[in-house]
Write a protein that binds this ligand. Structure first.
Ligand SMILES: [Zn+2]
Length: 139
């Protein structure tokens, strides 16, 4: 089935991320001065304000920081309710918001804070592959 949800627009400074996503890689911005990885991509490091940044290939691994079950949605998301949004603590540092895959929004008691998750990419259109995270093991 074709992807029927909003597809994020690509910006010039996020091109390395989208190019990586197309190849199944989670690219992350990293500061050359303080060494911190940050998410979302910015032109200035949010930790030390340096503009000396580079892109690294992340492990694509993390843990659930927190989650919420979404019972109301519109557009393409409406048919997926109840679905589960989450913040993922990336193994490299910082946090990414996602829609969790492989969980049942009707059974939130089965979703564990701290559970290991792995990134996967879903094709949104010809050029855009969107990251989602899937639980790989319990906390
Ligand atoms: Zn920095």
């Amino acid at each position: 089935m074709a992807y029927n949800k909003p597809v994020p627009p690509q910006g010039q400074h996020t091109k390395p991320f989208w190019d990586g996503a197309k190849d199944g890689k989670l690219m992350l911005p990293k500061c050359n001065d303080c060494g911190a990885v940050h998410w979302y991509p910015r032109l200035i490091c949010p930790y030390c304000h340096s503009t000396n940044l580079r892109w690294i290939e992340g492990s694509g691994l993390g843990r659930i920081h927190t989650f919420a079950v979404q019972h109301r949605a519109f557009g393409g998301w409406a048919e997926d309710v109840p679905y589960v949004t989450a913040y993922i603590d990336l193994d490299e540092g910082d946090r990414m918001m996602t829609v969790l895959r492989g969980v049942d929004g009707n059974k939130p008691e089965d979703i564990k804070i701290g559970a290991r998750v792995k990134v996967e990419f879903e094709q949104g259109n010809d050029d855009t592959y969107i990251p989602f995270w899937r639980v790989t093991e319990e906390a």
